[in-house]
Ligand binder design. Structure first.
Ligand code: PMP
Length: 440
């Protein structure tokens, strides 16, 4: 019941396919499709999850408020702004696939445009664009470090970082989540003791953190990470998958939000799958580092390059965020994301739920603790037209099961209020209002 197939573009609303019995289907109002609805009132009702439509294989499709996708600025389904128009128009000129990797025939001028835009946006010398965020971590880290090097990684870093770190052949130490005193202890120890057996100094030490941690909704204590790394001469690698375009007054991510100069972050990684409504990932760094990665990073050398049409989506999203489209839409979206996130977090806390993370973060995990509550919570949400992601073992410790809400600028206040009303009722059904304990 955790991952149901979806029948439409995930945006502020999403159609979720219900696997239901024939008898259940008979009792449903079958309306054909949204286009067949007679009037706005019916459409509104449908939008609000009251109605089902029949899908091809006879199962029912329910429209839900989407609190499960990382569509932070709403670009993934925003057909109003210039974004969509430019992307549609680009289909006349640009190929969907380059069918080649970057170092062969897969680099077009639009790839360079995206790279220059990323570098300019972040105040770095240059950037490299890859076709997947996951691959960006998984193939850049092994290009940057190897045997004789040390990676010090936050314990809650994403799997793509873990994969990259393991594949690199570098030694790996883990520090307690977002705990920079523990990071300092490990760094100092690594420098005093050096490499095992030989006790020679480490060639390089790379500290890897994320801007916002996706299972916790917390942002990184970046100021202290940078301070400690400077003190011991370690390199900083920051994964901004969830923070780029979602944090900071102008969407420039965790560095902007925490007041850290991007010159102090050696490697800035991010993805286009979330705030930009596209695909792919980037590394922004010094000219020399990027030139080196262009030759050494397997994700760039051996993988098909990013789709040119997706490059257009990314470029246009950047243009809107930076206000270079001549409108204030980007500014409004950033403000809406922050307002929606803080409103939701406040309301969930007022309900007496255990909400993890920080204000201003669009990710809001609500603790279920007991793993038996996972499927009940998910089922009740879907039944009431609210699509959420529930998280259990092994993604989180077994007694730290949770439901995770992802907020978007595309949500209206009515969407959020409707979802919150349902969650309030489900909190009683699943007995979620209790003081911090394992089995409320
Ligand atoms: N880094 C982090 C922190 C992530 O959460 C994710 C995926 N959610 C990725 C990298 C991989 O990015 P993508 O889904 O764009 O491949």
């Amino acid at each position: 019941c955790f991952n149901r197939p979806i029948a439409s573009n995930p945006g502020a609303h999403i159609d979720v396919v219900e696997r239901c019995s024939y008898d259940q289907q008979k009792s449903m109002k079958v309306l054909g499709s949204l286009d067949n609805l007679d009037n706005d009132a019916q459409r509104q009702e449908y939008r609000q999850g009251e109605y089902f439509v029949e899908s091809e294989n006879g199962s029912a499709v329910r429209r839900c408020v989407n609190l499960g996708s990382y569509n932070y600025l709403g670009f993934a389904d925003d057909w109003q702004v210039s974004c969509a128009k430019e992307v549609k128009a680009s289909l006349d000129d640009l190929a969907v696939s380059t069918s080649s990797c970057r170092n062969e025939y897969g680099t077009s001028s639009i790839h360079r445009q995206v790279e220059k835009t990323v570098a300019r946006f972040l105040g770095k010398e240059d950037a490299l664009v890859l076709n997947m965020g996951f691959n960006t971590n998984a193939t850049t880290i092994p290009a940057l470090v190897g045997r004789g090097d040390l990676i010090i990684s936050d314990e809650l870093n994403h799997t793509s970082i873990v994969n990259g770190a393991r594949a690199s052949g570098a030694a790996i130490r883990i520090f307690r989540h977002n705990d920079t005193s523990n990071l300092e202890v490990i760094l100092r120890d690594a420098i005093i003791k050096g490499r095992p057996r030989t006790r020679r100094p480490w060639n390089k030490i790379l500290v890897v953190v994320e801007g916002i941690y996706s299972m916790e909704g917390e942002y990184c204590d970046l100021r202290n990470v940078v301070r400690v790394c400077k003190k011991y001469g370690a390199y900083v690698y920051l994964d901004e998958a969830h923070s780029i375009g979602a944090m900071g007054p102008t969407g420039r991510g965790c560095a902007e939000y925490t007041g850290v100069d991007t010159a102090d972050i050696d490697i800035m990684m991010g993805t286009f799958t979330k705030s930009f409504g596209g695909m792919g990932g980037y590394i922004a760094a010094s000219k020399e580092t990027i030139a080196f990665l262009r030759q050494r990073c397997a994700g760039s050398v051996y993988h098909n390059s990013l789709s040119p049409v997706v490059c257009q989506q990314v470029l246009t999203s950047f243009k809107v965020i930076m206000g270079e489209d001549g409108t204030t839409i980007g500014k409004q979206k950033l403000q809406a994301l922050r307002d929606n996130s803080n409103y939701c977090r406040m309301r969930l806390q007022e309900m007496g739920l255990q909400v993890l993370g920080h204000y201003d973060s669009p990710i809001m995990p609500v603790m279920l603790y007991n793993p038996c509550k996972i499927s009940a919570f998910s089922r009740e949400c879907l039944k009431r037209g609210v699509a959420v992601v529930v998280v259990g073992f092994p993604a989180v410790p077994i007694l730290m099961s949770r439901a995770r809400f992802c907020i978007s600028a595309g949500h209206t206040r009515e969407d959020l209020d409707r979802a919150l009303k349902e969650i309030d009722e489900i909190a009683d059904i699943c007995n979620l209002r209790y003081a911090r304990s394992m089995f409320g």
